[in-house]
Ligand binder design. Structure first.
Ligand SMILES: Cc1cc2nc3c(=O)[nH]c(=O)nc-3n(C[C@H](O)[C@H](O)[C@H](O)COP(=O)(O)O)c2cc1C
Length: 249
C-alpha cells in the first residue's frame, strides 16, 4: 500500500532515519528573535502584573475533574484581569536570557514558537478586534480593530462553527516554525504541535477557577485564518485555536 503523507512525515522526521544534515543552528546561522516583530505605532494595552491577580482558590484535582469543553457562553463579559490570567498561564514569561525564555508552559528546547493572537468580542476594557499578546512585554498590541462583522468572519475562519460567535475571546496560537526548525530542522514540526497541546491544556485548567469555559478547536481554515489575522502563511500560521467565555450559570 502506498505510504500516506502522515506516515511519510513520521518516517522522515524519525531520529532513526532523519537526514543528518546540520540544522541552521549547527551551521552557525543566527537564532531568530524570541518574539515576532510588532508595530509600535499601533495602540498598546498594558496588562495587570500577574503577581497582582487574585485567582479564586481551586485545587488541581478539582480543576482537572471539572474540565470539559464548553461551547455555550454567558453574555457576561470577561474582565481584563481574567484575560490576563489566561494569557499568563498559557504563555507567561517567568525568566529570560538572551537566547531563550522560560514560561508557564514547557516547550521542546525552550524554543517557544508561538505568538498569541486574540479575537476579542466581550472583555471589559478591551476594544473588540484583533489583538496580539506580547509575552516579553506582557502587554497587548492592536493588530486590527476595524474589521466589520468580525465575529461572522471568525466563524467563517473556524469552518462555520457557529458557537464561536458568542465567545468572549478567541485565542489563536500562531506558530513561527523557524524558531524551532533553526535548531531541530524538520523534526521540530513534531515539537510545535506537542507544544501547542501543553498551551491549550493550561488554558483549559486556568479557566476553571475563574468560571470560564474553553473549547479547543482544530477545525479551521488555514488560509482563511491567516487572512483574518493578516499573516504571511509561509512564515507564520495558526496551529491551534480555542474559544473562551464565562460559563452560563
Ligand atoms: C486537538 C483538538 C481539536 C479539537 N477541535 C475541536 C473543534 O474544532 N471543535 C469543537 O467543537 N471541539 C473541538 N475539540 C474538543 C473535543 O471535541 C473535546 O475535547 C472532546 O469531545 C472531549 O470532550 P471534553 O473536552 O469535554 O472532555 C478539539 C479538541 C482537541 C484536543
Amino acid at each position: 500500500m502506498e505510504e500516506t503523507i502522515g506516515e511519510r512525515f513520521m518516517r522522515e522526521t524519525s531520529y532513526d532515519t532523519q537526514d543528518r544534515s546540520p540544522s541552521d543552528q549547527q551551521k552557525g546561522l543566527p537564532q531568530p528573535p524570541l518574539e515576532a516583530p510588532w508595530d509600535p505605532s499601533q495602540p498598546v494595552l498594558r496588562l495587570p502584573d500577574p503577581a497582582s491577580l487574585s485567582v479564586p482558590p481551586m485545587g488541581l484535582r478539582e480543576a482537572i475533574e471539572a474540565r470539559r469543553s464548553v461551547r455555550s457562553y454567558s453574555s457576561e463579559p470577561m474582565s481584563l484581569a481574567e484575560l490576563t490570567w489566561l494569557l499568563w498561564v498559557t504563555q507567561g514569561v517567568q525568566a529570560r536570557t538572551a537566547e531563550r525564555t522560560y514560561r508557564t508552559v514547557p516547550s521542546g528546547g525552550a524554543r517557544h514558537p508561538f505568538e498569541t493572537y486574540l479575537i476579542v468580542r466581550n472583555v471589559t476594557g478591551v476594544q473588540p478586534g484583533i489583538w496580539r499578546y506580547l509575552a516579553l512585554e506582557h502587554q497587548l498590541v492592536a493588530v486590527n480593530l476595524a474589521i466589520p462583522d468580525l465575529m461572522k468572519e471568525t466563524v467563517r475562519a473556524c469552518a462555520g462553527q457557529a458557537f464561536v460567535e458568542q465567545c468572549a475571546v478567541l485565542f489563536a496560537w500562531v506558530c513561527v516554525p523557524y524558531r524551532v526548525t533553526w535548531r531541530y530542522a524538520d523534526r521540530g514540526y513534531r515539537d510545535m504541535h506537542i507544544d501547542a497541546g501543553h498551551v491549550c491544556q493550561n488554558l483549559y485548567l486556568g479557566a476553571q477557577p475563574i468560571g470560564c469555559g474553553v473549547c479547543a478547536m482544530l477545525a479551521f481554515g488555514d488560509q482563511a485564518f491567516c487572512d483574518l489575522l493578516g499573516l504571511n502563511r509561509k512564515e507564520q500560521w495558526v496551529i491551534y485555536t480555542a474559544a473562551v467565555g464565562k460559563k452560563e450559570l
